[in-house]
Ligand binder design. Sequence first.
Ligand SMILES: [Fe+2]
Ligand SMILES: [Fe+2]
Length: 167
Amino acid sequence: MASLVGSEADLSDFLSALLRLEYDAIEAYSVAIDRFDDITLKIRFQRFRADHQRHTRDLAGVLSRRGTPAPEGPGARALLAEGKVVVGNWLGDRGILRAMLSNEEETNAAYDRGLARIDLGPELEFLLARHRDDERQHRSFIVEQLALTGNAPDEPASEEFLGARWG
Ligand SMILES: [Fe+2]
Ligand SMILES: [Fe+2]
């Protein structure tokens, strides 16, 4: 099921949900980094995880300036994110990349929806746009890596494969 982070009525609720999604992403990245065989993928993903860690610090800062207690860890969705990576592991590095692409589609969509809000104000809009640039970079890298290796003959043809089991 697609995440609908970004469509919350209240700005603080949105920022809290976005922060939890970032924690989810960090957990998924940690699993992926642990399971990749390819060392260059491990290193690149450590950088991407660091981006998400910076995003959590930024978002927690915004929430605290708004006087809202910031979530300190992932929501219930952590299991879902990890589940996707676990399935990915079964398919090797390429499977992990596919699972992580699915996770990145969610963070990208959440920032897209968030940036369409009219209640952000210029400062927050600037911050979220920078985060979204990072998310786009993460997604592009994964798409490139998948394109480089091409479709394996025994691989399910579409992302629906993962969605059907874990979405
Ligand atoms: Fe992020
Ligand atoms: Fe990301």
